[in-house]
Design a protein around this ligand. Structure first.
Ligand SMILES: Nc1ncnc2c1ncn2[C@@H]1O[C@H](COP(=O)(O)OP(=O)(O)OP(=O)(O)O)[C@@H](O)[C@H]1O
Ligand SMILES: [Mg+2]
Length: 301
């Protein structure tokens, strides 16, 4: 029997605890995190790069004392990497050792048929569990992060479906493994491709975007407390202006935080045009974006 969920007691509880651990969630994020725990539904978080999708899963694990199990998705990810595989080397060694010992001792107590062999080598001892199966089998609190799910091939979504809808995995040789304790599942996506409706239907959905200026200033100053409030305000305002330009890659929260660290490291107390131009490489990573920014913000290059 699945145990009752014990993730967050309310949206406020989620907001307070996440914020105490350094993750400043807005109301929609805190509410969805609470609901994902209460309804035991996977949470699909979609949005541009660097807005805190992955960090949300990490923060939930931190504040709930759960272990974070991460499945990093990439093109070509397959069942053997996502779910489980049989330890073929060990199976072969076992068969070899058994054959040698049979020849040496001429005993006849060894398996004679293929079925007999199978029952010996397709057992727990020869199973290599991968993140999805590991998360399903844990009886301690677990956050399962399926990161960048849009990077996989569509076939992997089929694998996810069984896990996401029934919290179980079927291994033909062993049977069905059902979750003793449902993990808190977070899927993240940059929306580089549409996920299947079947996956979406099973998830709660959260669209994360760049935060408003006030929240971003809070995030920056909480991570870089040495940054002066005034400079933080100017930094966030400049980041906002850069995001309004049509850039190849708009600066994310991660870049805001890096920029703040840079200003502190260089002891820059005033974010004037020169300071911005000198440190733009921390924020914009394409030369065409930098040129555009310099021009549009009328900076000295
Ligand atoms: N709400 C937040 N509170 C505190 N820090 C945040 C928040 N959102 C983002 N950050 C900071 O931004 C950084 C980048 O976030 P994260 O790695 O989660 O981005 P992402 O959305 O997963 O991006 P990508 O799509 O590139 O993987 C984090 O390490 C964290 O420092
Ligand atoms: Mg991420």
């Amino acid at each position: 029997m699945p145990q009752p969920s014990s993730w967050f007691s309310s949206p406020d509880d989620a907001a307070t605890r996440l914020s105490a651990s350094g993750y400043l969630a807005d109301t929609a994020t805190a509410t969805t995190a609470y609901l994902a725990g209460a309804l035991e539904k996977p949470l699909l978080v979609e949005g541009p790069a660097g807005v805190g999708k992955t960090e949300l899963a990490k923060a939930v694990a931190r504040v709930t004392d759960a272990e974070l199990i991460r499945l990093q998705c990439y093109e070509g990810l397959d069942e053997a990497r996502a779910l489980y595989e049989w330890n073929y080397k060990k199976q072969l060694l076992f068969i070899q050792a058994a054959t040698v010992s049979r020849e040496a001792t001429a005993t006849t107590g060894l398996p004679q048929s293929v079925q007999d062999w199978e029952s010996g080598i397709f057992t727990e001892e020869f199973l290599l569990t991968r993140p999805l199966l590991t998360a399903i089998r844990r009886d301690q609190p677990t956050v399962l992060l399926v990161d960048e799910v849009d990077k996989t091939d569509v076939e992997v979504e089929g694998l996810l479906l069984e896990v996401l809808s029934d919290f179980q995995v079927t291994i033909p040789e062993l049977g069905t493994v059902s979750a003793v304790r449902r993990p808190f599942v977070v899927l993240t996506s940059n929306a580089s491709r549409e996920l299947s409706e079947a996956v979406k239907r099973r998830c709660l959905y959260l669209h994360l975007d760049y935060p408003d200026a006030e929240r971003e200033r809070e995030i920056v100053t909480s991570q870089v407390p040495d940054l002066e409030e005034r400079v933080a305000g100017r930094l966030v305002e400049t980041i906002g202006r850069l995001r309004d330009l049509e850039l190849k890659k708009a600066p994310s929260i991660a870049e805001s935080v890096d920029w703040a660290r840079t200003l502190v490291a260089l002891e820059i107390g005033e974010l004037d045009e020169k300071a911005i131009a000198d440190t733009l490489g921390v924020v914009l990573k394409h030369s065409s974006d930098q040129e555009k920014a310099v021009k549009e913000l009328r900076l000295r290059s």
